[in-house]
Design a protein around this ligand. Structure first.
Ligand code: SF4
Length: 317
């Protein structure tokens, strides 16, 4: 069942995930399209998330946005200061300005970066974990994740463990999607695009997620007729035979990456699975470290030791 509607307000609206927003166009959603979409969202009782461009949006769009409860996802370089101050989630597409940014406990933050650049910024991430309550790191080059990066990614994640333990011990329960989510989750918590969320793009059509729009995939409906996803079962965990028995609960299970890497929205590529398992295994080490510092911490949670990084390698035919 669809619960969330994501609306990039223009073709250069910030990306909050793995995809890159379309370059070379700043076309903004039409006010009438937006109005119709929000009426539909209200009827369907959906939570609406708006994605903004750096230059902000005009008064007419602002007025319509304010007619509905919503979440604002705003780029860190937004030139509309009020919009940036009021953001629920702030997105960094570059490391420039991170050190001097005024982080606040009531905002969540996303950093979009390539794996190699991330690995080289461990000190910066350690410092950030002391300043924020919620940080999501989104790797933008998952398809390029190769065996040469495995150790570096593992070491990077494990290097954050002492900082997180220190923060938790002092009462600051900082959340980092790559490490703490797996500890807190008791079941799969994936992106669920096409199943729980849909996107209304600036062209006035529905898409599985913003990535499918920016990548040129066909729309899955119009604001006139409503969304119409063919074979909706393929977007569900119940129809993803490997994922549904996996315990990398924090994995995004990105259907756009699946489409890119295997041409099937419900079949993951090796890169996504290996990254998610390195994160899962580092989360296991974090849990052990937290229990040493705080006996009894999350005593119900068990993360088993496993010997594989890709569940497909484990399948016996
Ligand atoms: S790690 Fe692989 S098998 Fe597990 S949920 Fe993610 S994509 Fe699915």
């Amino acid at each position: 069942m669809i619960k969330y509607l994501i609306i990039p307000l223009s073709d250069n609206a910030v990306s909050f995930c793995h995809y890159n927003a379309r370059k070379g166009s700043s076309a903004t959603i039409e006010t009438e399209t937006l109005r119709k979409a929000l009426i539909w969202a209200m009827k369907e009782n959906l939570s609406v998330q708006f994605l903004y461009p750096s230059e902000g949006v005009g008064k007419n769009i602002e007025l319509i946005i304010n007619t509905i409860d919503h979440t604002d996802i705003v780029p860190a370089d937004c030139r509309d200061n009020n919009r940036l101050k009021g953001a629920d989630i702030v997105v960094f597409n570059t490391w420039d300005g991170i050190e001097t940014f005024g982080f606040r406990p009531d905002q969540s933050y996303i950093i979009r970066t390539t794996t190699e650049i991330l690995i080289n910024h461990r000190d910066g991430i350690q410092a950030l974990l002391k300043k924020v309550n919620r940080l999501n790191i989104v790797v933008t080059d998952v398809p390029n994740f190769n065996p040469e990066l495995h150790n570096g990614y593992q070491e990077f994640l494990e290097s954050l463990i002492p900082t997180i333990v220190e923060e938790y011990s002092s009462g600051h329960m900082v959340q980092l999607n790559l490490l703490t989510d797996r500890i807190m989750l008791t079941g799969m918590n994936n992106c669920n695009a096409g199943n729980e969320s849909l996107t209304l793009a600036p062209d006035g059509n529905f898409y599985t997620c913003p990535a499918f729009y920016f990548d040129g995939f066909p729309a899955v409906g119009t604001t006139e007729q409503g969304p119409d996803i063919k074979n909706p079962q393929l977007y569900r965990l119940s129809h993803a035979p490997i994922c549904r028995i996996c315990d990398a609960y924090q994995c995004k299970r990105c259907v756009w990456h699946n489409q890119q890497l295997t041409f099937e929205v419900n079949t993951p590529g090796k890169q996504q699975c290996v990254m998610a398992h390195i994160e899962r295994n580092a989360s296991r080490k974090l849990l052990e470290a937290l229990r040493k510092a705080m006996p009894g911490f999350m005593s119900e949670t068990i993360i088993q030791e496993i010997k594989y990084l890709d569940p497909f390698d484990n399948i016996k035919i």
